[in-house]
Design a protein around this ligand. Structure first.
Ligand code: RB5
Length: 156
């Protein structure tokens, strides 16, 4: 059975030491909301390099069609830069629910990046729920322009 026969949305999540605590709280919240979540670490406050975590999460998202990633570090910015180096990843740095909504509607983002030190626990929750419940408009009749634009992101 694939992950997606079991879970309508599967989420791979990762954080560095700066966001270890915030990540743990978000994992518990998302599980409580019924999402399938795979926590890829880090699993303590010991210092780690965020690009290593970003790559692990990004590769899982690419290997599992339809899944999403969440990456949290101090600001979210380093995670965003690192994971966006992987072709096929469209990571959006979101600080509010409007960012999260538009990242899905117009950009078909597949990874959400957020800051642990720059956002509240409640905003992490709100952004994540908006991100996972908003569909890409580019698959709808009359909105093909969004699909065309997103496809251009992956051109060499
Ligand atoms: C770690 O101190 C910090 O640099 C990292 O969590 C992140 O904010 C980098 O973008």
């Amino acid at each position: 059975m694939s992950l997606f026969e079991k879970d309508p949305v599967h989420i791979y999540i990762g954080a560095d030491h700066a966001a270890y605590e915030a990540k743990g709280k978000l994992v518990e919240f998302l599980k409580g909301e019924g999402y399938g979540v795979t926590d890829l670490g880090t699993f303590s406050e010991a210092s780690v390099d965020y690009p290593d975590v970003a790559r692990e999460v990004g590769e899982k998202v690419l290997d599992n069609e339809g899944s999403f990633g969440v990456l949290i570090c101090g600001t979210g910015l380093g995670m965003n830069m690192a994971v966006n180096k992987l072709r096929g990843i469209r990571a959006a740095q979101c600080k509010d629910v409007e960012d999260a909504e538009m990242a899905r509607k117009h950009n078909n983002a597949n990874v959400l990046t957020m800051g642990a030190r720059t956002m509240s626990e409640q905003m992490h929750r709100d952004c994540a729920l908006k991100f996972f419940t908003t569909s890409f408009e580019g698959d709808m009749e009359g909105f093909e322009r969004h699909k065309r634009r997103v496809e251009k992101i992956d051109l060499k």
